[in-house]
Ligand binder design. Structure first.
Ligand code: LLP
Length: 421
């Protein structure tokens, strides 16, 4: 469910016609719906009703400060994976005790910043990291609350680049070594064990892998408690998938995911944290791009658009599918066309879709990539010295630019000449 619908023949974001935004901002751009963001956050919050819980939005999915503030004001915590993200959370008004710090490579500097500013917990992923955190916290005279991320060796059945819960992945500590590593944590100064963390992957379209992982976490909780650890918090990660096509996909609903959580770990009396990113932001955002040329090739027609792989890298990187629709609603009964939809970047990988059947469009028309709110703008770059794509937030009939397109001067002025040139 989202709030991008045709009205009077024009695709709208909530009550705002996309043509109005395009006229002011130019293309390409991302636009997000406040109502969709809040709806998705609330679905998770309600799914865990009756348990002590915190929904920590995984801001890596979409980390514009305006998005963060929208969610934070609704009560969301944040999952951060870098000092930059930690600073974003704080700048959006999230208190430290609602921020969890994930990631396999936290540096001493990042630990210091979080300990200084306040942190709910570090999700520790290795023994060297644990020793470093112990040293940093001790040196600062602080105690760092930690969970340890365990790798449950569960197949998430998702794209290989975004699966994280198998033993061959770089994440977490093998569950078979958990007791030993928790033993070390209890022994090291400056650390306070508060719970267990797990995250098995992203864009999961079945509940079974979650069930397998959370069942292992429940067993481990009992084992670790018997060993004397005060396991009172379970961070169950993110990963619930979204439908990327309107027709045939129906990933599990947050409500069913919530029921699964209660069924697998509810009896333990732990505080529950989850870290959804994609399901909150994915269908809350679209990328709008303009058609530069319709180019006839030998055996196909190319739609050359002004958005490119540097603006939305998911198709190039994960063979991801995004539904693509014209901003002006096609007349009923129009014969569809088949296009290869490509950007202007100088490599063949800059292809959004091959043999895509869609309503015919012409030079100058606008098209929208749906379900682009998560891992869209955050993964954008300035490759080919293309200006970083701007972001717009809609709320009812209002819209605001929440990150403007940089000027070419701004881009060029970030480079400096060395003294010998
Ligand atoms: N927690 C941790 C520790 C994570 O590593 C991730 C995602 C999440 C939570 C959020 O997962 P979500 O609910 O969004 O599935 N760029 C890729 C996705 C990378 C996901 C990385 N980790 C893509 O565009 O598909």
């Amino acid at each position: 469910m989202d709030h991008f619908l045709y009205r009077n023949g024009i695709l709208h974001a909530e009550d705002v016609p996309l043509l109005d935004i395009a006229a002011q901002v130019g293309t390409p751009f991302y636009v997000y719906s406040t109502a969709t963001l809040l709806r998705h956050y609330t679905l998770f919050d309600e799914a865990l009703e009756g348990t002590d819980h915190l929904v920590c939005y995984a801001m890596k999915a979409a980390s514009n400060l305006a998005i963060l503030k929208t969610l934070a004001e609704a009560g969301a915590g944040m999952d951060v994976v870098s000092e930059g993200e930690y600073r974003r959370a704080r700048a959006a008004g999230v208190p430290g005790d609602r921020i969890v710090f994930s990631g396999v490579g936290k540096t001493a500097q990042e630990m210091r910043t979080a300990l200084d500013g306040g942190i709910r917990q570090f999700n520790v992923e290795s023994e060297p990291e644990m020793r470093m955190l112990s040293a940093v916290a001790s040196e600062m005279g602080k105690t760092a609350p930690i969970t340890i991320r365990i790798n449950p060796d569960v197949d998430a059945k998702t794209h290989a680049k975004i699966a994280t819960g198998k033993s061959e992945n770089k994440f977490g500590i093998p569950i078979s070594r958990a007791r030993e590593v928790y033993g070390l944590a209890a022994y090291l100064p400056g650390l306070e064990v508060v719970g267990i963390d797990v995250h098995i992957g992203s864009q999961l379209t079945e509940l079974a892998p979650f069930e397998a992982a959370y069942t292992k976490v429940a067993e481990l909780t009992e084992t670790l408690r018997a060993d004397g650890h005060d396991i009172r918090r379970l961070d169950l990660g993110g990963g619930l998938g979204i439908p990327y096509t309107r027709s045939n996909e129906a990933p599990p609903l947050p409500m069913d995911y919530g029921a699964l959580i209660k069924r697998t770990v509810g009896h333990l009396g732990c505080e529950i944290e989850i870290e959804p990113g994609r399901l909150i932001a994915g269908n809350a955002g679209i990328m709008v791009t303009g058609v530069i040329y319709v180019k006839s090739g030998e055996d196909r027609t190319f739609l050359i658009v002004d958005g490119a792989m540097n603006d939305l890298i998911r198709p190039a990187m994960y063979e991801a599918h995004h539904d693509i629709v014209p901003v002006v609603e096609p007349a009923p009964g129009l014969e569809p066309a088949v296009y290869d939809i490509v950007g202007p970047v100088c490599e063949s990988g800059d292809t959004f879709a091959r043999h895509r059947t869609m309503p015919p469009v012409s030079d100058g028309d606008l098209i929208a990539f749906r379900s682009a709110g998560a891992y869209g703008a955050v993964m954008a770059s300035e490759y080919n010295t293309r200006a970083l794509i701007p972001e717009v937030l809609v709320n009812g009939d209002q819209f605001a630019v929440i990150r403007r397109r940089p000027t070419f001067d701004e881009m060029l002025n970030r480079d400096t000449f060395p003294p010998w040139l």
